[in-house]
Design a protein around this ligand. Sequence first.
Ligand code: HEM
Length: 152
Amino acid sequence: MNLVNPILWSVHVGFAVLWTGSVLFVALAVLPPALRGDVGGDALGSIVGRLRWVTRIAALAFLASGGHMAGTLYTFESLAGTGRGHLVLTMIALWFLITGLVEVGSGKLADGLDAGKLREPARDAKPFLYGAAGLSVALVVTAGLLATPGLA
Ligand code: HEM
Protein backbone atom coordinates (compact mmCIF):
# COMPACT_ATOMS: atom_id res chain seq x y z
CA MET A 1 0.00 0.00 0.00
CA ASN A 2 1.31 3.44 -0.92
CA LEU A 3 1.43 5.51 2.28
CA VAL A 4 2.41 8.83 0.71
CA ASN A 5 -1.13 9.95 -0.16
CA PRO A 6 -2.79 9.04 3.16
CA ILE A 7 0.07 10.70 5.08
CA LEU A 8 -0.03 13.91 3.02
CA TRP A 9 -3.86 14.08 3.12
CA SER A 10 -3.72 13.65 6.92
CA VAL A 11 -1.04 16.36 7.25
CA HIS A 12 -3.16 18.68 5.09
CA VAL A 13 -6.42 18.15 6.96
CA GLY A 14 -4.63 18.10 10.33
CA PHE A 15 -3.02 21.50 9.75
CA ALA A 16 -6.31 22.80 8.30
CA VAL A 17 -8.02 22.01 11.61
CA LEU A 18 -5.13 23.26 13.81
CA TRP A 19 -4.56 26.50 11.92
CA THR A 20 -8.12 27.68 11.21
CA GLY A 21 -9.05 26.66 14.77
CA SER A 22 -6.13 28.68 16.19
CA VAL A 23 -7.00 31.79 14.16
CA LEU A 24 -10.67 31.61 15.20
CA PHE A 25 -9.81 30.92 18.84
CA VAL A 26 -7.46 33.91 19.11
CA ALA A 27 -10.01 36.22 17.42
CA LEU A 28 -13.02 35.00 19.41
CA ALA A 29 -11.57 34.05 22.81
CA VAL A 30 -8.27 35.91 23.30
CA LEU A 31 -8.68 39.28 21.57
CA PRO A 32 -11.90 40.43 23.37
CA PRO A 33 -10.36 40.18 26.90
CA ALA A 34 -7.13 41.72 25.54
CA LEU A 35 -9.15 44.71 24.28
CA ARG A 36 -10.53 45.14 27.81
CA GLY A 37 -7.03 44.84 29.30
CA ASP A 38 -8.05 41.62 31.11
CA VAL A 39 -5.12 39.49 29.82
CA GLY A 40 -1.54 39.81 31.08
CA GLY A 41 0.97 41.10 28.53
CA ASP A 42 3.25 38.05 28.95
CA ALA A 43 0.41 35.58 28.43
CA LEU A 44 -0.85 37.49 25.37
CA GLY A 45 2.67 37.68 23.92
CA SER A 46 3.11 33.94 24.33
CA ILE A 47 -0.28 33.15 22.69
CA VAL A 48 0.43 35.48 19.76
CA GLY A 49 3.92 34.01 19.35
CA ARG A 50 2.39 30.53 19.13
CA LEU A 51 -0.14 31.71 16.55
CA ARG A 52 2.67 33.10 14.38
CA TRP A 53 4.64 29.86 14.56
CA VAL A 54 1.60 27.70 13.86
CA THR A 55 0.86 29.96 10.85
CA ARG A 56 4.41 29.62 9.50
CA ILE A 57 4.76 25.88 10.01
CA ALA A 58 1.25 25.37 8.58
CA ALA A 59 2.27 27.39 5.50
CA LEU A 60 5.10 24.94 4.79
CA ALA A 61 2.78 21.98 5.42
CA PHE A 62 0.04 23.36 3.12
CA LEU A 63 2.49 24.15 0.32
CA ALA A 64 4.10 20.69 0.49
CA SER A 65 0.94 18.61 0.99
CA GLY A 66 -1.38 20.77 -1.14
CA GLY A 67 1.22 21.02 -3.90
CA HIS A 68 1.47 17.23 -4.00
CA MET A 69 -2.34 16.86 -3.90
CA ALA A 70 -2.79 19.37 -6.72
CA GLY A 71 -0.03 17.68 -8.76
CA THR A 72 -1.68 14.28 -8.24
CA LEU A 73 -5.28 15.30 -8.95
CA TYR A 74 -5.13 18.27 -11.34
CA THR A 75 -3.58 19.60 -14.52
CA PHE A 76 -3.22 23.31 -15.25
CA GLU A 77 -6.32 23.02 -17.49
CA SER A 78 -8.48 21.29 -14.86
CA LEU A 79 -7.39 23.78 -12.18
CA ALA A 80 -8.33 26.71 -14.42
CA GLY A 81 -11.37 25.19 -16.12
CA THR A 82 -13.42 23.09 -13.65
CA GLY A 83 -15.54 23.85 -10.59
CA ARG A 84 -13.27 21.76 -8.31
CA GLY A 85 -10.21 23.52 -9.75
CA HIS A 86 -11.77 26.90 -8.96
CA LEU A 87 -12.43 25.75 -5.37
CA VAL A 88 -8.76 24.74 -5.01
CA LEU A 89 -7.64 28.13 -6.39
CA THR A 90 -10.05 29.84 -3.96
CA MET A 91 -8.52 27.76 -1.13
CA ILE A 92 -5.01 28.91 -2.07
CA ALA A 93 -6.06 32.58 -2.37
CA LEU A 94 -7.82 32.50 1.04
CA TRP A 95 -4.83 30.79 2.68
CA PHE A 96 -2.54 33.50 1.27
CA LEU A 97 -4.79 36.37 2.44
CA ILE A 98 -5.35 34.92 5.93
CA THR A 99 -1.62 34.29 6.37
CA GLY A 100 -0.90 37.94 5.48
CA LEU A 101 -3.59 39.25 7.86
CA VAL A 102 -2.31 37.07 10.73
CA GLU A 103 1.28 38.19 10.10
CA VAL A 104 0.35 41.89 10.11
CA GLY A 105 -2.08 41.64 13.06
CA SER A 106 0.19 39.53 15.25
CA GLY A 107 3.18 41.72 14.32
CA LYS A 108 1.30 44.83 15.52
CA LEU A 109 0.40 43.06 18.77
CA ALA A 110 3.94 41.78 19.36
CA ASP A 111 5.50 45.21 18.67
CA GLY A 112 3.06 46.96 21.04
CA LEU A 113 3.57 44.38 23.77
CA ASP A 114 7.36 44.77 23.43
CA ALA A 115 6.82 48.51 24.03
CA GLY A 116 4.93 47.71 27.26
CA LYS A 117 1.43 48.47 25.88
CA LEU A 118 -1.61 46.18 25.84
CA ARG A 119 -4.98 47.64 24.82
CA GLU A 120 -3.68 49.93 22.06
CA PRO A 121 -1.89 47.16 20.11
CA ALA A 122 -4.92 44.89 20.64
CA ARG A 123 -7.09 47.63 19.03
CA ASP A 124 -4.59 48.00 16.16
CA ALA A 125 -4.55 44.24 15.56
CA LYS A 126 -8.34 43.84 15.77
CA PRO A 127 -9.32 44.51 12.11
CA PHE A 128 -6.58 42.19 10.85
CA LEU A 129 -7.37 39.31 13.23
CA TYR A 130 -11.15 39.66 12.79
CA GLY A 131 -10.62 39.78 9.02
CA ALA A 132 -8.49 36.62 9.25
CA ALA A 133 -11.23 34.91 11.30
CA GLY A 134 -13.94 35.85 8.77
CA LEU A 135 -11.89 34.56 5.84
CA SER A 136 -11.13 31.37 7.84
CA VAL A 137 -14.86 30.66 7.91
CA ALA A 138 -14.95 31.13 4.12
CA LEU A 139 -11.96 28.77 3.82
CA VAL A 140 -13.66 26.07 5.90
CA VAL A 141 -16.76 26.39 3.67
CA THR A 142 -14.54 26.08 0.57
CA ALA A 143 -12.90 22.92 1.97
CA GLY A 144 -16.34 21.57 2.92
CA LEU A 145 -17.59 22.08 -0.66
CA LEU A 146 -14.52 20.25 -2.00
CA ALA A 147 -15.13 17.38 0.43
CA THR A 148 -18.86 17.04 -0.40
CA PRO A 149 -19.28 13.93 -2.60
CA GLY A 150 -20.45 14.72 -6.12
CA LEU A 151 -20.99 18.46 -5.55
CA ALA A 152 -18.44 19.98 -7.93
C1 HEM B 1 -0.98 26.26 -0.36
C2 HEM B 1 -2.23 26.15 0.02
C3 HEM B 1 -3.13 24.98 -0.34
C4 HEM B 1 -3.12 24.17 -1.45
C5 HEM B 1 -2.16 24.19 -2.63
C6 HEM B 1 -4.22 23.23 -1.29
C7 HEM B 1 -4.55 22.24 -2.18
C8 HEM B 1 -5.54 21.29 -1.99
C9 HEM B 1 -5.90 20.25 -2.94
C10 HEM B 1 -5.27 20.07 -4.31
C11 HEM B 1 -6.89 19.51 -2.38
C12 HEM B 1 -7.59 18.29 -2.99
C13 HEM B 1 -8.83 18.76 -3.71
C14 HEM B 1 -9.66 17.60 -4.23
O1 HEM B 1 -9.92 16.64 -3.47
O2 HEM B 1 -10.08 17.68 -5.41
C15 HEM B 1 -7.14 20.06 -1.07
C16 HEM B 1 -8.06 19.53 -0.17
C17 HEM B 1 -8.32 20.05 1.07
N1 HEM B 1 -7.79 21.21 1.59
FE1 HEM B 1 -6.31 22.35 0.77
N2 HEM B 1 -4.84 23.47 -0.09
C18 HEM B 1 -4.21 24.55 0.51
C19 HEM B 1 -4.54 25.13 1.70
C20 HEM B 1 -5.54 24.68 2.53
C21 HEM B 1 -5.91 25.33 3.76
C22 HEM B 1 -5.28 26.62 4.32
C23 HEM B 1 -6.92 24.61 4.33
C24 HEM B 1 -7.62 24.98 5.60
C25 HEM B 1 -8.92 24.85 5.81
C26 HEM B 1 -7.17 23.47 3.45
C27 HEM B 1 -8.11 22.48 3.68
C28 HEM B 1 -8.33 21.40 2.85
C29 HEM B 1 -9.24 20.30 3.17
C30 HEM B 1 -10.01 20.11 4.48
C31 HEM B 1 -9.22 19.46 2.05
C32 HEM B 1 -9.94 18.12 1.92
C33 HEM B 1 -10.99 18.12 0.87
C34 HEM B 1 -11.15 16.67 0.40
O3 HEM B 1 -10.42 16.27 -0.52
O4 HEM B 1 -11.97 15.97 0.96
N3 HEM B 1 -6.31 23.56 2.37
N4 HEM B 1 -6.32 21.13 -0.86
